[in-house]
Design a protein around this ligand. Structure first.
Ligand SMILES: [Zn+2]
Ligand SMILES: [Zn+2]
Length: 244
């Protein structure tokens, strides 16, 4: 199984990085984690077959994680996608998806898809299986708008991938990512503690409890991007592939 960072940037395009979107593919699985606004051109640039993607997991409703969906759905319609697609995310996702589609492409939310589209709301703590992908959402803390906010612990092909989503430090990240084969964690700032986002120093203080087998930092601000050469950790970059 492999994970490719289609985009690993923040909402402000820091470092010229694309919005959050990770593509996981293996013998039995093919899914996206988040679908930020720039995801469709990024997927096309990397030559990734959108038709093969069965599932899109959304962590929250900020545009840099969610606003790629109208473009992806429009592209699926125009390219005559036949394969069913599941989009799963926090409570309220059906309404939010309709709203963002109408905002970007009027009447697109009422167009009947040629393919079978299911939109599924996930509840924190309730594990749900989508084919060979088992997903457990954990509540995280990321402010007052754009939520609910979910981190994911994902089991597939005998491996565990955890993603913090955007969040300030919260204890739920420990069970979400404990012993994960790959933990993708937000590291927005190096040591500055702010509301709604995680700094590397805060994360580092908890790594002994989390014990991920592999850690990759994502969603970095200019503050972090300016320190990449000196970090003791692996940082994501757009189009980077990791074998899991
Ligand atoms: Zn974000
Ligand atoms: Zn966010």
């Amino acid at each position: 199984m492999q994970l490719q960072f289609i985009g690993c940037g923040d909402a402000l395009g820091s470092g010229g990085r694309l919005n959050t979107c990770f593509h996981v593919s293996g013998g039995r699985v093919n899914f996206l984690i988040d679908c930020g606004a720039s995801s469709l051109p990024a997927l096309k640039r990397l030559g990734i077959a959108r038709d093969a993607i069965d599932l899109i997991l959304i962590t929250h409703f900020h545009g840099d994680h969610f606003a790629g969906l109208p473009f992806l759905l429009l592209d699926a319609q125009f390219t005559r996608r036949a394969r069913p697609l599941v989009i799963a995310g926090p409570q309220g996702i059906e309404t939010r998806l309709t709203q963002v589609m109408e905002a970007l492409f009027e009447h697109s939310s009422t167009t009947k898809q040629r393919f079978d589209l299911s939109v599924v709301a996930l509840k924190p703590g309730e594990t749900q299986a989508f084919g060979a992908v088992k997903v457990t959402p954990f509540p995280v803390v990321h402010g007052l708008s754009g939520g609910p906010f979910l981190a994911y612990r994902i089991e597939a092909e005998g491996r565990v991938i955890a993603y913090s989503a955007d969040t300030e430090w919260t204890e739920t990240l420990i069970p979400a990512a404990r012993d994960a084969d790959l933990f993708i964690a937000e590291a927005y700032y190096y040591d500055k503690v702010v509301k709604n986002h995680l700094s590397l120093k805060t994360l580092e203080a908890h790594l002994a409890e989390i014990k991920p087998k592999r850690l990759i930092l994502t969603h970095m601000s200019d503050d972090m991007l300016g320190r990449l050469e000196t970090l003791d950790y692996t940082a994501a970059s757009d189009s980077m592939i990791v074998e899991i």
